[in-house]
Design a protein around this ligand. Structure first.
Ligand code: NAP
Length: 247
């Protein structure tokens, strides 16, 4: 069945791979981005070239007005069926002792507040009691929530820990609303996020230390996200799917 989904941070990395896979499934995709318009348009173009429907939607997940506008924009594709709360960011490696307050606030703003705003808006628009038709919300957490990311970014790890709590609570709130809420916890995945945190070689360098001995690819995370979005996961809610090579 055709679905319409919104993916925050759909322009690059895990979000991009998810958008392309969902497009191949015949789903219509809202591809949110914050600054990289050409990357978002390339994803939209690739979905269109394969016969699918997609639209690029600019918006910062930390802005409530932007979040409302991005959900309004995706409605042009059809009634909403799913949301992937994926946009996230890290900062430079540091111990907590050396972190500025502003950096900690920013990390929580993007990874936690942004996720809460997008999950709230998705819940509002999918809830059957609010006129929605039910659906699926998938939050992209991180293995950092369980490992703590010492000497790199314990702020990010805590921000993702909050996403795990959100998943548990929101799944319980939405059980009678026809909305499933689940999370994936990626491990070391080969995307731009590591370079943006000043460690371009991080996935490759640390990937070899994982039980499977390698970093993961964004496409491998996309498979888990799309499964949780799909009706194949019809009895899964409040669940966590670790995609981390055993890390
Ligand atoms: P990425 O390659 O750096 O891509 C980040 C995406 O998020 C881009 O599409 C970016 O848009 C978007 N974005 C960033 N800030 C935003 C904001 N304020 N509002 C809206 N969009 C924003 O990252 P990734 O590795 O794919 O990570 C995706 C998710 O997986 C994140 O939540 C991350 O924490 C999580 N994760 C990643 C790993 C990993 O090893 N890669 C591991 C665990 C968890 P632009 O293109 O416009 O900049």
């Amino acid at each position: 069945m055709t679905k319409t989904i919104l993916i925050t941070g759909g322009s690059r990395g895990i979000g991009r791979a998810t958008a392309l896979l969902a497009g191949r499934r015949g789903w219509s995709v809202g591809v949110n981005y914050v600054g990289n318009q050409s990357a978002a348009e390339a994803v939209v173009g690739a979905i269109g070239a394969a016969g699918g429907k997609a639209v690029a939607i600019k918006g910062d997940v930390t802005s409530e007005a932007d979040v409302l506008a991005m959900f309004d924009a995706v409605a042009q594709l059809g009634p909403l069926d799913g949301v992937v709360v994926n946009a996230g960011a890290v900062a430079m490696p540091s111990r907590l002792m050396d972190m500025e307050a502003e950096r900690i606030r920013r990390v929580f703003e993007i990874n936690t507040i942004g996720a809460y705003l997008c999950a709230r808006e998705g819940a509002r628009r999918l809830a059957k009691s609010r006129g929605g038709r039910g659906g699926s919300i998938v939050l992209v957490s991180s293995m950092a929530a369980r490992l703590g990311s010492p000497s790199e970014y314990v702020d990010y790890a805590g921000a993702k820990g909050a996403v795990d709590s959100l998943t548990i609570g929101l799944a319980k709130e939405m059980g009678q609303e026809g909305v499933r809420v689940n999370a994936v916890r990626p491990g070391l995945i080969d995307t731009d996020i590591h370079a943006s945190g000043g460690q371009p070689d991080r996935a490759e360098r640390l990937g070899v230390t994982t039980p499977m001995g390698r970093a993961g690819q964004p496409e491998e995370v996309a498979e888990a996200i799309v499964w949780l979005l799909s009706d194949a996961a019809s009895y899964s809610t409040g669940a966590f799917l670790d995609v981390s090579g055993g890390r």
